[in-house]
Design a binder for this molecule. Structure first.
Ligand code: 2P0
Length: 324
């Protein structure tokens, strides 16, 4: 009744932006990501008949409130699947620095789903595990796999066909990602709220949806032939379209800070000097920069020298779920 799993976070190159069903987390579009090696969560789940409720320890602190509620609701799904009413002790260690602007929910729910389902005796395929993980946090369903993964939105309203599939493993292509950390301030619009507001009110949301199929087809072709320029161009354009939807929402909002734009312009300036670098940005101000290993020293130095940049953290493609 006890299992430990490790999961890495992922960065979306084609973004998940919009839900068609909030209760069971069904997206409005497919998305595609790269799992990263530097950021991960290790979680142990132990189901124990002597417990009268779930317990959740994160980085050696007992967790209460909303974060606890999300974990117990997710364990309820696992219990229901297994047909067992037994509470769990959940112990997680997060190696995802909040300041780097990566969502720890992706690695967190992937590790919880893997450890929890194994501990309770469910023997899930990767596809079943990804489908379960989706219920905790959408982007987490892609973290079941290493390297490139695509979350297929599915057509059914019961969610049975909405899960991630592997596109290429971690050792397929050594693309690097630099997380450019800007002076931290807490974001005022969560990604859940941002997505909801965009779907309900943004004048640009339909345009976003209409463009995703083309971006996905193109980026998959680029990955197939390891065409870095193509993958970078599509990822950057897709990110900009996602962020454009927030400006068309009511009330309008943006995740960008002034330094976000400065970093973007620096990337464009490097490209004008024939250095192949591209950016993507999630629901926050930090910029993630895509580059190839041979440009690491130059890219890192250039980014570190930008005023307002507090840190630059480098990452390689990472592996999928592992059990410890
Ligand atoms: C992504 N993001 O594809 C996109 C790009 C943010 C921008 O997935 O509500 O934490 O838990 O399903 O997965 C952030 O949203 O949202 C996200 P929920 P999640 O990575």
């Amino acid at each position: 009744m006890r299992a430990t799993a490790k999961a890495h976070t992922n960065i979306a190159l084609i973004k998940y932006w919009g839900k068609r069903n909030e209760a069971i987390i069904l997206p409005t579009n497919n998305s595609l990501s790269l799992t990263l090696d530097g950021y991960y969560t290790t979680t142990t789940v132990e189901f124990d008949n002597s417990l009268s409720k779930d317990q959740f320890m994160l980085d050696e602190q007992t967790v209460f409130g909303e974060q606890y509620d999300r974990v117990t609701s997710f364990l309820d799904i696992i219990r229901q699947m297994a047909g067992k009413q037994v509470y769990a002790q959940v112990t997680s260690i997060n190696e995802v620095p909040t300041a780097a602007g990566f969502a720890s929910s992706a690695s967190g729910f992937a590790a919880l789903a893997a450890a929890g389902s194994k501990a309770i005796g469910l023997h899930l395929s990767d596809q079943e595990l990804s489908r379960l993980t989706r219920r905790g946090s959408g982007s987490a369903c892609r973290s079941i796999y290493g390297g490139f993964a695509e979350w297929e939105m599915g057509m059914r309203e019961d969610g049975t066909d909405s899960y991630a599939v592997p596109i290429a493993p971690a050792d397929y292509w050594d693309i690097r990602v630099a997380a450019v950390v800007l002076s931290a301030t807490k974001k005022s619009v969560s990604s859940r709220e941002g997505m909801r507001r965009t779907v309900e009110t943004s004048a640009f949301f339909q345009g976003w949806l209409d463009s995703v199929a083309h971006d996905l087809a193109e980026i998959k072709q680029g990955i197939d032939v390891r065409d870095f320029q193509k993958v970078g161009e599509i990822a950057e354009a897709n990110c900009l379209k996602m962020h454009a939807t927030t400006l068309g929402a009511q009330p309008p909002f943006t995740y960008w800070h002034d330094t976000t734009l400065v970093v973007m312009q620096k990337i464009w300036e490097m490209r004008s000097r024939s250095i192949p670098v591209y950016f993507t940005i999630d629901a926050g101000p930090n910029v993630k920069v895509l580059y190839l290993p041979e440009h690491e020293t130059h890219v890192q130095q250039t980014l570190r020298n930008i005023p307002g940049v507090t840190d630059v953290r480098l990452s390689k493609p990472g592996r999928g779920i592992t059990y410890i």
